[in-house]
Design a protein. Structure first.
Length: 131
């Protein structure tokens, strides 16, 4: 699965414009996260139709990256995120975005969007890799 990292201005209505453009084409947003810093921001969006999403973002002339998501389960306890992110950092893998994708029992499923998804999968491929 891929995520769209959409750059936008830090102003009222920026996210609404993206959401409305996707809705107008009948595209369902399956997850969204984001943050701002200064005058800009970035939303991380997944949808039910990545092909149509890509076209909408191009048509609206938004700057975006489309990157693969690596999902892993982390124990719901102090330090599990620290271990996972240090493992990635020690291997030189840069995290572009991170967001929760679910929870089962006492484990949280986290989506990592990185500059090296193959390496991230190798490092985070098993739940024991972060415990």
């Amino acid at each position: 699965m891929n995520a769209f990292l959409v750059d936008m201005e830090n102003k009222s209505g920026a996210l609404a414009t993206v959401a409305e453009a996707l809705a107008a084409k009948g595209i369902n947003i399956t997850s969204v996260a984001g943050a701002t810093c200064g005058d800009s921001g970035r939303a991380v969006i997944t949808t039910a139709d990545p092909v149509a999403t890509r076209e909408v973002l191009k048509e609206t002339r938004l700057t975006f990256k489309e990157l693969e998501i690596t999902e892993t389960s982390l124990a719901h306890q102090p330090g599990s995120l620290a271990k996972a992110t240090r493992r990635l950092a020690s291997a030189g893998v840069n995290i572009e975005a991170i967001f929760p994708t679910g929870m089962a029992g006492n484990d949280i499923t986290v989506g990592f969007v990185t500059d090296n998804p193959a390496k991230a999968r190798e490092l985070l491929g098993t739940a024991s890799a972060t415990r």
